[in-house]
Ligand binder design. Sequence first.
Ligand code: EPU
Length: 419
Amino acid sequence: MEKFVINGKTRLEGEVIINGAKNAAVAILPATLLVNGICTIENLPNISDINIYCDILRTLGVKITKTAPNTVVVDTRDVNYIDAPLDMTSKFRASYYLIGALLGRCKRAVVGMPGGCKLGARPIDQHAKAFECLGAKVDIGQGKIVATTDGLVGNSIYLDIVSVGATINAILASVLAEGTTTIENVAKEPHIVDVANFLNTMGADIHGAGTDIIKINGVKELHGGTYSIVPDQIEAGTFMLAAVATRGDITIKNCITKHLDVLSAKIEEMGAHVEEISGDTLRVWCDKKPKCVNIKTLPYPGFPTDLQSQMGIVLATADGTSIVTESIWESRFQYTAELNKMGAKINAQGNVAFFDGVPELYGRPVSASDLRAGAALIIAGIAANGVTEVSNIEYIDRGYENIEDKFKALGADIKRVTE
Ligand code: EPU
């Protein structure tokens, strides 16, 4: 087991380069199954969720060659479909994208019930609804999902809930379906647009990604090509909040500043500063105690749930009481108990937490309950007095490439230690 040992208290300063978006990458890799050819994927983050995905695709006959640190060539011409290995697919959440992709390519998908970070109930009823609308039969039970079809046919799909995963899965299943599909009440996150852009680059006919309605005209086949994954807005936001939490000064390169507007506005509301240096570079700095602010997590373009815990670190030492409402996941305040061990005063009740700002945090042993909570606790350790040990860091490795090297380059004293 590995853990991070962090010697605080450091003001972070310098530049950081953002990698490709995890949540786009975990959809684009399985989307290559819809292509009968060779795709070159650039800006692929080097994280454990991607490594597992590559291993799963290899078991299906996909040839994947790494040609540069963040580039792979994916050859899907010889997919010999066998059911995806249940033990591997149940290790992480995004394995559910294999269902849409395999239904489209092979008319059958068997995938283990998706695992992943423990954020509370994570139903997939909207995914099943979309597949059924397109003419698939979906059975969920005994730890797996079995979806089969004689041939998918375009239809109107109205999602009951705005869901990232169901929106992407509905797109994947529609691309090669016969006729036209419209999907309403869809998610609009940048990674939805990125998946649609990838598929369109390979010959799909998808319109409206990034708006409330997506229309897909089914095509006979997709061809190979080259695609570069969008920068990770959550990784960028994590470093923006690290700058504020440590009263530091960080220049964030290779991000799409527009995707971060909601966070930039909150950072300025707190009295810290955001300067757009160019469309892909932001500077964030904080020279005084931030003011309290209220946050409610919402689907894009609202405040992202995936930045709620990192923002919580800032609010823990802000001036006054902040109220945070988590409206996407039911168990995303587990980090607040860890932060209270470090001297914070946070009272979490159901989906609302009250943060009474304290003067300082103190280093303690803490444990990551999920990927974003883990990143948040690293920031807390860097901002705190004394030594913080963060355990369960395998969650962090799922979604952040070289996180300790990036923090070290900004001045943090952080070490990965094997227990
Ligand atoms: N929901 C349903 N039924 C469904 C699908 C979702 O009720 O069929 C509910 C969920 O329970 C949740 C809400 O709808 O309350 C939104 O869930 P969504 O489907 O949008 O989440 P997801 O696709 O499972 C992705 C990201 C998460 C991120 C959420 C919200 C991936 C692989 N995961 O999850 O990322 O929090 O969207 O933006 O894309 C992370 O990166 O740390 C992470 C957890």
